[in-house]
Design a protein around this ligand. Structure first.
Ligand code: BG6
Length: 791
């Protein structure tokens, strides 16, 4: 079908814009574009328009195209729908009416609808593409599949593409995916591995449409161009705070089935706003077009971030949300719905450049205005005695204005009391016309303002990048997982939090104003509006911490978040008492996944905890190099130690690697650690030992059948685990039971059965190792969350 149009198109290559190195390197030829979900909302609103713009720009490039809208409906029903959408595409201002009509006509003739439901449908599509290529005798450049379908269908569609639609002869395959990419770290990891089994990383283009926004895409170039002005001030000594704000006026009516499972943090903070934050703070790459370097610099920011916990966030929900949920999800009136539609989060990057600089990420639906921006507010140490209106005394700021709001166009604004920025490349212009607008506390006349000469939709921009194979505007797997790694603990900790209910629009008044208090954030006003029916049966759960007895020892129980908070507070209390008494606190920490939540919590006790006087010891270690993910020390480092100010010489990793080998008896690693304990710890009696319990009731690395008696008086021993890595080094019961306090932390529904069993069995450390924990002169406390205790 594309023959006639093809003849019109094959002309000599035209010039292409800057940075399209990859596009030039790729051979021209025929490109098949397939939008799976081609009649859906996104396709209708942005994608067909974006591909039309691509087509118009490529008309004289030597490439030819065919476009397929795919969907589950049969072709006879969906074809008219597709063509209605296609007819609505438009040309930019600089294309004449006649030419526009011609291009649109071509575009329509190159497009067709295809049912894409079964594997056979995909096979048919591939056959069709190949037949046309053969008939026309043209070379294939590549195939671009845009998956505009719900995320649950990604794995299935990718598998079908992999099985039937891969091009041959060196042509490329690109598969474009839209968020949501999972709803937490685990699910993102599962999805990534499912997709990874069908598609190579370089074939996947994960879209975050914010990276296609002109202002967002210019953050790095702006920082580079203005390096000489920014270098001296882009740091903790000069930046007062960073704000990344995305206010929306709309509600989420019609999107509830999606939104109610996600909420504002997953919907926009984890992706759009996090991306903006990394672009603002990452180390500048030497080579901006190196996606690898950009990614590595971004990842560095993630690894330097302080963990986010409940005290770093406030959440809200607009009043009408609940009714919308009842209607759209068919819920009864007493349905409890805690999904936040508003969130303000306080983040910190714990490195030499940004340490202590508050980074606020704020977004919400049903707010008073629609506006999106990132502002870097600088400290102003000038005090104007008489003329408060003098430019020196006004806010000093750089604003990346994404659009909407009072300015109406995207722009980068630099307050005139900072510096005059370099004018960006030809696609940007300076705005000098006077307007009577005020942007974030300053009249526009107090700024140097630059804006794109032509406004382009984010999707159109990204589609051209996909076509050019430019990967640095897309989200790599590592980037995605790093971001979920940051947000998942916060999402978990907020799971039972009641959002503050707000009326919506201008009526919100100052209800959502926030206040930063050191490392914590809170609402400025104390009013908490929760209607009684919002509480529903959640109220029955209660949130208090409960005290009791378990196996004859003390027990503290609560919901996970409160439990961890309580344990962290108890450790801090023990630390303060020990330091007060003897100037030092010896803390032995267990490995595994249970303590991670505690590590996050302790990392937040950044300033108040006596870290300087604390020695951190290990309860156990796996016989792997410390640099491996499996290593307990590695986990402890990433989740706790790197975030607190503890002297290096107070940290005592277990010497599992000696003489370039792992845990060999004659290397005497266990004995070495024992000597270190005896040397530093008074009477080898730790002040506090934190233990977990495995499903088989092992604790530390003392497993059932370990014959613990054989360790005699040794404090440290090499042990064997039934699971990999099998070899371990562990404190023995002799060491553990000398401690002043031993805490046993047990969390999660999965441990309920174990807890039930443990409540009945007699002491038998060979079979139930944890029953061997019996501090001789110290205190044992069980910290069991409600899930583990009550199932
Ligand atoms: C989307 C979110 O990713 O971004 C929406 O799912 C949100 O909830 C939208 O409204 C905002 O994008 P923009 O471009 O309008 O700022």
């Amino acid at each position: 079908m594309f023959v006639t149009v093809l003849l019109l198109l094959v002309t000599l290559c035209a010039q292409r814009g800057n940075g399209e190195e990859r596009a030039e390197a790729q051979r021209p030829g025929h490109v098949s574009v397939v939008i799976v979900g081609g009649t859906g909302d996104l396709a209708k609103k942005y994608l067909w328009q974006g591909f039309f713009e691509l087509y118009v720009n490529q008309v004289s490039s030597g490439n030819t195209f065919s476009f397929y809208g795919g969907g589950l409906s049969p072709a006879d029903a969906a074809t008219p729908v597709l063509f209605e959408i296609l007819k609505a595409v438009s040309c930019s201002k600089n294309v004449s009416q006649d030419r526009c009509a011609l291009l649109k006509d071509q575009y329509l003739r190159l497009a067709q609808y295809r049912q894409l439901k079964s594997l056979e449908d995909y096979q048919e599509l591939a056959k069709h593409i190949e037949q046309e290529l053969q008939q026309e005798g043209i070379t294939e450049a590549g195939r671009l599949f845009y998956l505009s379908v719900p995320a649950f269908a990604y794995a299935d569609v990718s598998e079908k593409i992999n099985n039937s639609c891969r091009p041959t002869n060196g042509a490329w395959l690109r598969v474009v995916l839209e968020k949501p990419f999972g709803h937490d770290f685990r699910s993102a990891q599962v999805l990534a591995s499912q997709l990874g089994s069908c598609l190579k990383d370089e074939e996947m283009y994960r879209i975050d449409h914010y990276l296609g926004k002109q202002v967002v895409a210019k953050i790095l170039p702006f920082r580079i161009e203005n390096k000489k002005f920014l270098d001296p001030i882009w740091n903790k000594h000069h930046i007062e705070r960073v704000e990344i704000v995305m206010k929306e006026t709309l509600d989420v009516k019609g999107r509830i089935p999606f939104y109610d499972q996600y909420g504002v943090i997953r919907d926009v903070l984890q992706n759009h706003m996090t991306e903006v934050m990394t672009l603002l703070t990452m180390r500048l790459p030497m080579n901006l077009s190196s996606s690898e370097e950009v990614l590595q610099n971004k990842l560095q920011i993630f690894s330097s971030m302080l963990p986010l916990g409940k005290s770093q966030a406030v959440v809200g929900q607009y009043q009408a949300y609940k009714t919308a949920v009842q209607q759209e999800l068919n819920k009864t009136k007493d349905h409890v719905c805690l999904t936040p539609t508003f969130a303000a989060v306080l983040a910190h990057i714990d490195d030499a450049q940004y340490e202590g600089v508050p980074i606020l990420l704020i977004s919400g639906k049903m707010l008073d205005e629609r506006v999106g921006y990132a502002r870097i507010l600088f400290k102003n140490d000038i005090f104007c005695l008489q003329n408060h209106n003098s430019v020196h005394c006004k806010p000093k700021q750089v604003v990346f204005y994404f659009g909407h709001g009072s300015l109406k166009y995207p722009a980068i604004l630099v307050s005139k009391n900072l510096f005059k920025p370099v004018l960006m490349d030809g696609e940007w212009k300076e705005v000098t016309e006077p307007t009577d607008v005020n942007i974030l506390g300053l009249p526009i006349s107090d700024y140097y303002v630059q804006t794109p000469t032509e406004q382009r939709e984010a999707y159109s921009e990204l589609i051209s990048h996909i076509f050019a194979g430019r990967k640095n505007s897309f989200i790599s797997t590592e980037n995605l997982l790093a971001s979920w790694g940051l947000w998942t603990p916060l999402l978990n900790s907020l799971a039972n939090s009641f959002p503050r209910i707000y009326p919506g629009g201008a009526d919100n008044g100052d209800l959502l104003d926030i206040r930063v208090k050191g490392k914590d954030i809170g609402y400025n006003s104390e009013v908490v509006i929760i209607s009684p029916d919002q509480m529903g049966d959640m109220s029955a759960k209660g949130f208090q911490v409960m005290q009791g007895k378990f196996r004859g020892a003390d027990m503290v129980s609560a919901w996970t978040e409160e439990l961890v908070e309580r344990l962290a507070a108890d450790i801090q209390e023990a630390a303060e008492a020990a330091v007060h008494q003897g100037g030092v606190f010896h803390l032995a920490l267990s490995g595994g996944s249970t303590p991670l939540a505690l590590f996050h919590r302790l990392a937040l006790h950044h300033f108040s905890f006596p870290w300087r006087n604390t020695h951190v010891w290990m309860v156990d270690e796996r016989c792997v190099p410390l640099t491996e993910m499996d290593s307990n020390f590695h986990g402890m480092h990433d989740h706790l130690l790197q975030h607190v100010r503890i002297p290096y010489y107070n940290i005592h990793p277990m010497p599992v690697q000696l003489n370039q080998r792992l845990c060999v008896e004659e290397d005497g690693g266990a004995l070495l650690y024992e000597k270190e304990v005896s040397k530093f710890v008074n009477g080898s009696s730790f002040h506090f030992v934190l233990l977990g319990v495995g499903y088989d009731s092992h604790t530390a690395s003392l497993f059932p059948g370990s014959k613990v008696d054989e360790f005699g008086e040794s404090l440290v021993a090499l042990t064997e685990s039934p699971v990999k890595p099998h070899q371990r080094m562990s404190l023995t019961f002799s060491a553990i039971n000398r401690a002043r306090t031993v805490a046993l932390l047990v969390m999660g529904k999965g441990k309920h059965e174990l807890i039930t069993q443990l409540s009945r069995v007699k002491d038998n450390p060979d079979k139930w190792p944890v029953t061997g924990v019996k501090p001789a002169d110290g205190r044992l406390v069980w910290y069991i969350d409600y899930d583990a205790l009550l199932g």
